[in-house]
Write a protein that binds this ligand. Structure first.
Ligand code: TMP
Length: 207
């Protein structure tokens, strides 16, 4: 039995990740690939409860380390109880965000030292890294307008534009450093164009 591929989707707010994950799922399913779609933080009942803790706006200021540890607590549960068993039985996993989001949001956004994130990454994941990471990239202004139209802003969406600019810069820098794993897709194109690129990209991962 060959192990499934682990594919993650990243980007700042409102770049169309959910729509494009559905495009990827449909393209792979019609090619006969067994696919599991999941998300972070979340993906299991306990990890979804941690997500709720993380996203709820609150009066108390949240320490960046608390935020970091909760992200990895949710990830440990999700990875070991849900993602790894699926990959082991040959299923492909499409995950809406993973540890690149921690580097971008907690590292780039909140200023947590990257070495601290790397320590937790090693503790929780060992050597496991995504096989492919698709970065949907768009100027932060475009995405924030879309995200704000959608629903009441969560604790992250309440942040200022500069926060999201740092996150986008961090994602782009990581993508430039790891070109074999990262695939940047320009999310400002038409829905048809972006979907066409995503479908052909994920289908190419079969080879
Ligand atoms: P979502 O809106 O894409 O579902 O993601 C939830 C929020 O959690 C989003 O604002 C990004 C944030 N996040 C982090 O800050 N660090 C992480 O490691 C992950 C997975 C998400």
């Amino acid at each position: 039995m060959t192990r499934g591929r682990f594919i993650t989707f990243e980007g700042t707010e409102g770049v169309g990740k959910s729509t494009q994950i559905e495009t990827a799922r449909a393209a792979l399913a019609s090619a006969g690939v067994e696919v599991l779609v999941t998300r972070e933080p979340g993906g299991t009942p306990m990890a979804e409860a941690i997500r709720e803790l993380l996203l709820t706006p609150r009066d108390e200021s949240v320490n960046p380390l608390t935020e970091l540890l909760l992200m990895f607590a949710a990830r440990a549960q999700h990875l070991h109880e849900h993602i790894l068993p699926a990959l082991d039985r040959g299923c492909w996993v499409l995950c809406d965000r993973f540890t690149d989001a921690t580097y971008a949001y907690q590292g780039g956004g909140r200023g947590v030292p990257m070495e601290q994130i790397a320590l937790l990454e090693q503790l929780v994941q060992g050597d496991l890294r995504p096989d492919h990471t698709i970065l949907l990239d768009a100027p932060v202004e475009t995405g924030m307008a879309r995200a704000r139209d959608r629903s009441a802003p969560d604790r992250f969406e309440q942040e200022k534009m500069e926060f999201f600019q740092r996150i986008r810069d961090c994602y782009r820098q990581r993508a430039a450093e790891q070109p074999q794993r990262y695939h940047i897709v320009d999310a400002t194109g038409s829905l048809e164009e972006v979907s066409r690129q995503i479908a052909s990209l994920v289908l190419s991962f079969r080879h």
